[in-house]
Ligand binder design. Structure first.
Ligand code: 16G
Length: 166
């Protein structure tokens, strides 16, 4: 029960009580119908993903044990998802066959910003990465978000993120 172990958060928010009418929990298959992809659409291009395709990807991720930790925040009033973030745990040979954690796909719905939800999601996954023994955590972000991520202990480490797009 990692949420109990990550209970010491500032300003009263915690994974078990993210705010009024809000619930933080792992992603479920049924979240397809609760606006999960629409939420991701506030981050980047999602494209067409049918329920069958979603189901297939969801179970493929689930079969990779201890690899995908996808957290969501649901507004229990509207039953729509309004926040999400992923911890991806990558297995390595280096660092004594260690694991590296990556924080990915962090989104808070535009109408729910300013309630510390991004902070709660990132803080939770960062602590979780430590709990599951990642030797380091990293993420990619826009220059304007550097300050935000620095508050959780992330820092530029001199390496550049390089991309090739197809
Ligand atoms: C941001 C995200 C990354 C996401 C990417 C999508 C965070 C911390 N970073 O870099 O996880 O996959 O945007 O952008 O959430 P893309 O569609 O250009 O790949």
């Amino acid at each position: 029960d990692w949420s109990a172990k990550t209970a010491s958060f500032k300003n009263g928010c915690s994974p078990s009580s993210p705010g009024d009418s809000l619930e933080m929990r792992p992603l479920r298959l049924s979240d397809y119908h609760r606006g999960f992809l629409q939420l991701l659409g506030q981050l980047t291009l999602v494209g067409e993903v049918s329920f069958d395709e979603f189901k297939e990807r969801f179970s493929a991720m689930k079969q990779c044990r201890d690899t995908y930790y996808i957290l969501v925040v649901e507004d229990t009033g509207t039953k729509e998802l309004i926040g999400c973030a992923t911890l991806l745990v990558e297995q390595k040979f280096i660092h004594s066959a260690g694991t590296r954690g990556r924080v990915e796909d962090v989104v808070v719905h535009s109408e729910y910003r300013g309630r510390q939800l991004g902070k709660l999601l990132v803080e939770t996954l960062t602590l979780l990465g430590k709990l599951v023994d990642c030797y380091k955590m990293s993420l990619e972000c826009k220059p304007e978000n550097v300050k935000f991520y620095e508050t959780f202990g992330y820092a530029p480490d001199g390496q550049l993120f390089m991309v090739q797009r197809y």
